[in-house]
Structures are given as C-alpha cells and as structure tokens.
Design a protein around this ligand. Structure first.
Ligand code: 5GP
Ligand code: SF4
Ligand code: MG
Length: 466
C-alpha cells in the first residue's frame, strides 16, 4: 500500500490526491482520503479504482476541505481481496474522548487475528476485515490521555510490519515498526507545511523537499510548529524489506540514501558478472525489469533493446488478485516486438519469478516471434517463501521456487537458461560490500531465505510451518 499525509497547507486534500497518484504503483485497488477543517470537522471519501479517476472531480474534492489530511492507496494483502468491500478501504477513522483520529497503514500485522479475537471478545465492534483496523480499537481501549500516547499503547501490542500515517484535528503522526520493514519519509513544503509519504517520489510531485526518513521504531508527531520525535518501542536492528529495492518502490525514489534506479542497475551488473551468457540482445520485461536489464547490458556489452512493448494503459498485473485475470493480464499488458526478435538469441531480464505465470507466457510469445534462444536472468533470488509483511505473495505451494530447483524451473519454463541473482549479489547491489551477514542479516529477505524476522504467529496458528 501507499500512504501520504500533509499538514500546514491550504486545501490539503488536493496535495494528498497528488501524493497518492505518485504512489499508485503501491496499490491500485482503491484509495481514500480523510481531512479535517476547523469549521466542517472531519470528512472522508473512499473509492475503488485509481486516484486519477476518483480524486480529480471538483465535486468530490469540494467535500474535502481543510489544512490537514491523510490518504491511502490499497493493495490487499489481508482482509477482502480486490474491489469487494468499501469498508476495507482506508483511512480508518475513530472518535475518542479527546477527539477524532484517522489512520492509514502500510504493511501487515502478523498477530492481527489474535488481536481481533481478543478485541471482539471484549466488546469492540469491527467494521472491516482489515488487519489495520485493530489499531483503532486498541487505541479506543487505551487509558492514555492524548491520541499520540494512545497510538503508542496500541502499536506496542501490534507485531509485524507497519508504517502508519495518522492525523488528529491538528497533528500529523508518522510511525515505523521497530524493524522499519516498510518505508516512510518526511518532507517540508512551504513556510510551515510538512509531508509524510511512503516514498520520495510523492514528495517530488507536490514540490516538497525531502528532509529524512522516519527511523525504524520512531514516532513523529508533527504540527506546523515542528516535529516531536519519540521512540515507543524496544530498539532492535533494522530489517528493511529488500524487495522494495528490487520491485516494489518506484525507480525515481530514494531508499536508505540510495537511488532505487541505481540499485536496480547494480543488480543487473551483478547478474551479468554472476551469470554471463552469449547472446545478441538484452531485453527487459517492462517495466519492472528495465533498470536491471540496462545494468546487464552495460556490464556485458550486449546491446539493450526493447524486445517487449508494454501497453501503458495497464497497471501492475501481479496486483490483480485473481489468477484468471493475472493470466489474461500478461497478454493485455505485454507484446513482443517481432521485427526485432526474429532470429536472435535473447536475454530477458525480469525482477522476479513468483508463480512463473509471467515468464512462461513471455517465453511463448518470444519463441512465437522467432527468437533463436531465450535466456532468463532474474533480478532477485528464487522466491521460495511467502511474505507476511505486506507484499501479497501466494501460498507456498504456488511458488515455483518452493518445489523446484533452479534447473527444474528452467526445464519447466522450457528456456535455454534461467539464472537468478544470488542473495549475496543482491546485498552487494544494495550497497553491502561484504554481502549478506548470515548471523545478522541487514535486510528482511524472508521471501528468499525463509528467515522471518518477526514470527508470523497468525499463519503458524493456521498451519504454516517454517
Ligand atoms: P509471476 O508471474 O511469476 O507470478 O510473477 C512475477 C511477475 O510479477 C514479475 O514480472 C514481477 O514484476 C511481478 N510482480 C508484481 N508484483 C509483485 C509482487 O508483489 N511480488 C512479486 N514477487 N512479483 C511481483
Ligand atoms: Fe520484503 Fe520479502 Fe521481507 Fe516481504 S518477505 S518484507 S517482500 S523481503
Ligand atoms: Mg513485472
């Protein structure tokens, strides 16, 4: 998901809409905005579909006045899937004795089932099937006297991955979980405006200046007067999601002081060093494979070419929640540039192989177009484990790499070669010169290594075994 918040500007909602538009790649199913105005109080709008279709209409925007607001774009990893339940669309709102508050959450709460059961037994009335709603109910039960204090109380009971943007009538609040699994950045805008956003590309679109990241385990409480920084959790070593670098974030964003684009290009260079092959062309599977393909081409000296053309009117296919649409999706989205491919030995670079749907379809299309050889190079290690921290990977059985070795996957996909970057190569590309520290990994890489930095307790209860 993508989250955004702003305080200290006239007409916050229009900024929130722009910010969410820049974060649309993080969630395409639905979006929502909450604002507060001193005269009109809290208002919200939550809709299915793209930000540009919902939050540009003057009639809708006129219902969202005020100098403070937050927003969310949804990609379902917990709760209902797809455009089925508007009640699952964030931000969520709660009214407390000291006033209202709204929250928007990116990540996945790993003990949400247990918390929900406990809260319902004690009288909470849940409105949605979303894991994020627990936070509001935990806040309602806290005895603290201010909303930030109640949020601290609530979040200390929550496990897993959470970057949260919240607002009261006057305050903008940002929090990252102790491991800092999901990103969250702070920006400055105008004289006394402040912004919180999942990624820096959302600061760029509103003309805000990047100040710094919210630190793992930090809570910032922001008013036009400034930032109050707190540290509500027991400190731990950060474990940022390494897959944000590979796929999830936008290439024009800065993560942990590094350009995502440069990291992806470096992944491509590492791949070329680790797994060279003679060929005529390096082609990306667009858009997610593009920077890595450029890196592979630069390192290998094999020319880069656009062998596959992407229809720009399609979103991210993976994010389509049903398999049927995803299957169709590949053809609706990608087509082979036949004239270029005929008779060539082609290296295809993609960011990841999950179910293998994309790679299988693309290989068929490329061979159909008369390619002589097809070599896959993948910018992440084999995805052998599900993510329980906010990326919607399928159950373990559906992951190609969970049941097959690299060679078996190559045969299954019927390609001339298939190579994944090594975990160490990936760590080098994100700037860890010595690679992965096996005793204390610098990132979360559970979907590749099976080492989960936070025990996925709800899943274990449902029968998941490590
Ligand atoms: P597959 O078709 O193998 O199931 O999925 C791999 C494709 O999905 C890649 O092209 C990748 O760009 C895309 N992808 C999109 N979203 C995700 C995501 O959330 N996780 C992963 N691993 N891959 C995704
Ligand atoms: Fe990121 Fe993978 Fe960890 Fe999920 S399991 S947070 S996708 S690195
Ligand atoms: Mg892709």
């Amino acid at each position: 998901c993508g989250i955004f918040g702003i305080v200290g500007v006239a007409n916050a909602a229009s900024f929130v809409a722009l910010g969410l538009h820049a974060l649309q790649h993080r969630g395409q199913e639905a979006g929502g905005i909450v604002v507060h105005d001193p005269e009109q109080g809290f208002n919200n709008a939550r809709r299915f579909g793209y930000v540009r279709d919902n939050f540009t209409d003057p009639a809708t925007m006129a219902t969202l006045p005020g100098p403070i607001g937050i927003g969310h774009v949804r990609y379902s990893t917990a709760g209902s899937k797809g455009a089925t339940a508007i009640r699952d669309v964030q931000p969520f709102f709660g009214e407390f004795s000291m006033g209202g508050a709204a929250i928007a959450h990116n990540g996945n709460i790993t003990n949400a089932d247990a918390l929900r059961r406990e809260l319902i037994e004690r009288g909470s009335i849940f409105q949605s099937s979303s894991d994020s709603e627990c936070i509001i109910h935990l806040m309602a039960r806290s005895l603290q006297r201010s909303i930030p204090d109640r949020m601290e109380d609530a979040l200390r009971r929550v496990e897993g991955a959470f970057s949260v943007v919240a607002m009261t009538r006057t305050k903008l609040i940002g929090v990252r979980d102790p491991l800092g699994v999901r990103p969250l950045v702070i920006g400055r805008i105008g004289e006394d405006g402040w912004v919180l956003a999942s990624e820096t590309c959302a600061l760029d679109i509103v003309g805000a200046e990047f100040l710094r990241e919210v630190e793992p385990g930090e809570m910032v409480v922001i008013t036009p007067a400034g930032i109050d920084s707190r540290h509500p959790f027991r400190p731990s070593r950060p474990r940022f999601c390494i897959f944000e670098h590979v796929y999830f974030s936008r290439p024009d964003s800065i993560l942990g002081g590094r350009s995502v684009y440069e990291t992806r290009e470096a992944i491509g260079r590492e791949l070329a060093k680790e797994s060279p092959v003679e060929a005529d062309l390096v082609c990306p599977v667009p858009d997610s494979g593009t920077p890595a393909a450029i890196g592979y081409s630069l390192e290998s000296g094999i020319p880069y070419a656009m062998g596959i053309i992407r229809n720009q009117y399609m979103g991210r296919t993976f994010i389509e929640p049903t398999e049927q649409i995803r299957n169709m999706g590949v053809r609706l989205k990608l087509n082979v540039n036949r004239a270029l491919i005929r008779g060539k030995r082609v290296i295809l670079v993609d960011d990841s192989v999950v179910r293998g749907t994309t790679s299988r379809k693309i290989k068929e299309m490329i061979l159909d177009a008369g390619a002589k050889e097809v070599h896959f190079r993948i910018a992440s290690p084999p995805t052998a484990w599900p993510c329980f921290y906010g990326v919607d990977t399928p159950q373990r059985e559906k992951l190609l790499a969970a049941t097959m070795s690299e060679d078996e996957m190559r045969d299954h996909l019927a390609v001339d070669s298939l190579k994944f970057i090594s975990l160490d190569g990936l760590y080098r590309a994100v700037g860890e010169a010595k690679g992965r520290n096996p005793k204390a990994p610098q990132y979360c890489d559970a979907c590749f290594s099976g080492e989960y930095p936070v025990e996925p307790s709800d899943q274990i209860e449902k029968g998941f075994t490590l």
